[in-house]
Design a protein around this ligand. Sequence first.
Ligand SMILES: CSC[C@H]1O[C@H](OP(=O)(O)O)[C@H](O)[C@@H]1O
Ligand SMILES: Nc1ncnc2[nH]cnc12
Length: 296
Amino acid sequence: MRADQPQHWHIGIIGGSGLAGGIALDEAQEIAVSSPFGSPSGPIITGRVGGVRFTFLARHGAGHAISPSHVNYRANIDVLKRCGVTDVLALSAVGSLREGLAPGEFVAVDQFIDRTSGRVGSFFGQGLVAHVSLADPVCSRLSQLAAKAAVEAGARVHESGCYVAIEGPQFSTRAESRLYRTWDCDVIGMTGMPEARLAREAELPYAMLAMVTDYDCWREGEQGVEADHVLEVMHANVGLARDAVQRLAAMLPATREASPIDCALDGAIITAPSARDPALMAQLDAVAGRLFGERH
Ligand SMILES: CSC[C@H]1O[C@H](OP(=O)(O)O)[C@H](O)[C@@H]1O
Ligand SMILES: Nc1ncnc2[nH]cnc12
């Protein structure tokens, strides 16, 4: 276990479409946290669910003003890390690419295919190169707990699924939708990447509880997706998601055992200490500061 890793849980919730209103938190308070990566999507609200600290951030900001392409994914993950969050649970609306995943059902996503373009997908770069493993982009411990919590809340839950992240903001064409099905993708959304890859770089175990809102546009003879319909279905199910969060808090073990993801950067930074950019290292104080000891 990492010597600096706390043994208590602090869950960061990133709330997607339909969830700008947040989750029920006791002793909720807005906290000011700034990031060298710019402004996060909105206010950071921290509080407790039962005895567990939760911190909430609305991915698209108040009133859903930020499009999937313009979410500052780096700032969002960086501020959660700065707040002391230990694990991140993302709540997202998704389209279904499978007959057996019906609107209203939940999917604990465990794989991603990234079809986004033009988004900043890494905290690292020129002057500080890091290659983390992303083979298993989701924390199975948190994902399984979230799935169980959603079942307890009364949702029909699928315990795995591959999420294709598209750039948007337009929904897919029918040809694209059919293509993603041949790639074995199960659900489609616009925000899971680069969020999941940045969480991994920040050594934050990440899971996504996705709520199916529509069948995208691959089914013969059906209309395309409409955003207002997505939100209608989301609003009908948001209570289940909120209830799942309450139940998750109750089922977390009293002590948080270390996760291998807490050390995701071990061995990943390959730039020689003498060749590292001090300015980038300073920006990465929260994400990777534990690796920048005296001798670096
Ligand atoms: C409102 S429909 C499209 C919108 O919904 C999903 O958002 P999120 O993942 O934040 O729940 C999808 O990714 C799009 O951003
Ligand atoms: N069909 C779809 N495509 C992309 N993002 C979505 N979010 C909800 N439904 C979606």
